[in-house]
Design a protein around this ligand. Sequence first.
Ligand code: SF4
Ligand code: SF4
Ligand code: FES
Length: 542
Amino acid sequence: MPKVTINEQVYEVPAGRTIIQVADEAGVEIPRYCYHPDIGIEASCRMCLVEVEKLPKLVPSCATPITDGMVVRTQTARVQQAVRYAMEFLLLHHPIDCPVCDQSGECWLQDYYMEHAQHTSRYPGTQKTRRIKATDLGPLVKFDRERCILCTRCVRFTRNVTHTGEIGVFNRGHAAEIAIHDNKPFDNPYSGNVVDICPVGALTSSDFRFKVRAWFLKGTNSVCGGCSTGCNLRIDHSARALGGGIPGVTATEGTIYRTIGRRNVEVNKSWLCDEGRLSFHTMERWPRLRTSRRAESLELILPLIHESFESIRSVHGQDSVAALGSATNTNEALFLMKKYFQGRVDFRLGSETETYQQKQDDLLRRVDKHPNTHGALDLGLAGNLNGLRGLRALAQSKQIRGMWIAFHPQLVGEDASEILADLEGLIRALDYSVVSTTHEFPWTSAATVLLPMAAWAEETGSYTNYAGRVQITNRAVAPAGDALPLHTLMSTMLGLSGVQVSTDPSAIFDWMARETQGYTGLDYTALGALGVPTAQETETVR
Ligand code: SF4
Ligand code: SF4
Ligand code: FES
């Protein structure tokens, strides 16, 4: 392997990398605007210039491959002066917008000015070129032309990632500007990613802008629950364990303000689809179910539920009680559900098991709009209960009399009306039904007991994506009202049946891994921020 020296430190790295890639892996900071690892190289901003021994000129580190014996310096006076000049050039006509710019607090111009420039402008503010502000590029993206530094990240995203090519650089020299071809709306299903990658406040999100200042937000790494791909994302929210946060807003429950793509080259590179990006708004579609609507507390209701299931079993036999989980429940919740209901658990509402590996397009989206169908299958929950339809038939023929139904609404798209009708029919056919769910859905009205359940982003656990990669979904905000994660409810139910189980998802995962084919040898802490493949992983996104 070639050896390269960066700032007097020697690194041995695989051939074919560029200097900036090696520096990133080594933790050596090189400023950049146009470079992004997932969109192709342009080398236009000149922020990443470095000195290479024996080369007369500074070279752009984003476009220069390493060679064996190369000696690179990133901190010399020549490099620092070049970066200062690049910054001065980029800021020459930049508006003095920071106080009113939505990117403020997370703008690379602000950060690099403080770190690498701090020059005094030689250009009078009154003579800056004015350009059009805040126009709609498409339904999700607003464009402020005078803030653009022409890094072309957005152009290369549409050219090289979505292959839709809507955005281009028009005109030349001082007149060069970003625009969309034929003024068609920029509305491809992945349009929101250009907001994530624009390093300045030129592209902002119509959904997020001016809702909250970036410095009031806390980011929690998690996984999208919108389909079986399981894209990695960061949830930006206002929840604080110890108060504080947004002035005038109580911080305990917290509000989700946006989600941002989080890089995982094995799953989604840096991207999210727009539906997944905005799927947290699904939580606002119906009123949240915040209480059980009963006089007793949950501590008293759960023992009553356990007694009811036991009495049904004693009169009608062990098989008269069953459960229906959801492919949006975590592995941990489904595993404990399987334990409590002695294997009589299914999770299929519709055709998830046929579609969970099917692509909806060539990039990320999958047809199955549940994040954990693979996990539920690994747990063996697609058995002879034959899904929702089968359970309804068993309830109608009185072979099943008591059930726990855990329901999460689809975060992307709509649950089919036939599925909701089947759920209602199932509840009506049962003698005794417990429905744990997230919102007040009309079809739950006939349930014997209604329990508030934590939604996506309100619980921690693992999902297994369509390819068999196990990833952690993290709690970002507190569950609404009295709601609890299903794994906590199931842990209590198991305790009532005499099996003491921790409510800690990591302990439950480790127990599950010991008993589940393909998961043996995995441990929760090793899942880390990017997840790990199970022994059954079949495919990765490239
Ligand atoms: S709009 Fe943003 S991403 Fe696109 S070229 Fe301008 S600065 Fe770069
Ligand atoms: S492709 Fe699926 S997992 Fe990825 S962001 Fe979209 S809905 Fe979420
Ligand atoms: S990051 Fe290398 S030239 Fe822009």
